[in-house]
Write a protein that binds this ligand. Structure first.
Ligand code: SF4
Length: 347
């Protein structure tokens, strides 16, 4: 185990919350964004964890709302010359790596991810150098530099399948950066996995005892858990999976109530998928602790309407993603491996 990074003691630079907009202001920015998207030949690519009004706007304007794997695929295949990526920075970088000819704009370049921040390239590279016999698999939630150091990139939707595949080939693995997801795939596959110790500040916060109490209050509810959550939370789940897999589980499970342990932004698409079901947030406070993120990623929350309009108007250093050409070349190899592997699973 690497002890170079300790998510328990790390203090993250939480961004300020965006200013609240009045109804008139919201209407103004929605109209403005629609106009700007047309004018710039741009399309919105939004993550499930952005605010519902951003997801609704992406849908209305012909864009997509998806997990990071599908965002990457959609963006690279769409004919628009500009992608407005509503999410966090690594998603914009991934879009640029896959579509270097396109202009990639983000509402803000300050939208980080604790997994990305917790896996700095120099330390990670030294860690990999200490284990040259291992295949390096990194989660999509990493910088372009970390991706370029890896053999494979993976998202949570295909993590178990990929590690199973590598294990069958007799490969030993370095997994980074999420320790909980790393432990989950290790348990699912029995593979030889050495984990980096990063954590998602949102999923890390779900509380076991509080969830047990909630289960007692709603005994007929199914518990849906993202595998970036601690193992004790995963152990209480009726379904474990990526964002897309959890939406599918909410639809197909027979339960009428769902306790959902992932960012509450997902409720927008989950409720669309099963309008007759009741969705309940899994607890992030309790056991003497108050919540820090309260089940909503503070960096995803930076993707407000005004910031999107600013991104489409101003471009420039505040909004446009650039990736160094050499890094791009290096990161493209494991990213393309992931996309080819994922396409093989579908077919
Ligand atoms: S929810 Fe967690 S994994 Fe997703 S962007 Fe926020 S910090 Fe990163």
């Amino acid at each position: 185990m690497s002890l170079m990074f300790d998510p328990e003691t790390t203090v993250y630079p939480f961004p300020p919350k965006p200013a609240r907009l009045s109804l008139d202001e919201k209407q103004f920015y929605r109209k403005e964004i629609k106009r700007l998207l047309k004018e710039r030949n741009a399309v919105m690519v939004a993550h499930y964890y952005t605010d519902p009004e951003i997801q609704a706007l992406a849908e209305e304007t012909g864009g997509c709302v998806a997990d990071s794997l599908e965002m990457a695929r959609f963006g690279s295949q769409h004919p628009a010359s500009t992608l407005l990526v509503a999410g966090v920075r690594f998603m914009g970088e991934t879009a640029k790596i896959l579509s270097p000819e396109k202009t990639i704009l983000m509402p803000t370049l300050q939208a980080e991810c604790s997994l990305d921040l917790g896996c700095p390239i120099d330390e990670f590279s030294r860690f990999c150098d200490q284990h040259p016999d291992r295949t390096v698999v990194v989660y999509a939630n990493t910088s372009a530099a970390v991706k370029a150091r890896a053999d494979w990139v993976v998202t949570s939707s295909i993590a178990v399948e990929l590690i199973e595949h590598l294990d069958r080939q007799g490969e030993k693995i370095i997994w980074a950066p999420d320790r909980h997801l790393g432990r989950y795939v290790t348990r699912q596959t029995g593979a030889d996995v050495l984990c980096w110790q990063g954590a998602c500040i949102v999923h890390d916060e779900f509380k076991t005892q509080a969830l047990q109490r909630m289960k007692a209050l709603y005994p007929a509810a199914a518990v849906l858990v993202h595998p970036e959550s601690p193992q004790a939370i995963v152990d209480l789940a009726d379904a474990v999976g990526s964002t897309s897999q959890l939406i599918q589980a909410a639809k197909t499970l027979p339960h009428r109530q769902m306790i959902v342990a992932t960012d509450r932004g997902i409720f927008y698409k989950m409720q669309q998928a099963c309008p007759d079901k009741e969705l309940l947030e899994a607890p992030t406070a309790g056991e003497g602790a108050s919540c820090r993120t309260c089940a909503h990623c503070p960096w995803m929350a930076m993707n407000g309407l005004k910031a999107i309009a600013d991104g489409l108007t101003q471009h420039g250093r505040e909004h446009e993603i650039h990736v160094d050409a050499a890094l791009r070349e290096g990161a493209l190899i494991p990213l393309n491996r992931m996309l080819t592997f994922a396409a093989g699973l579908k077919g």
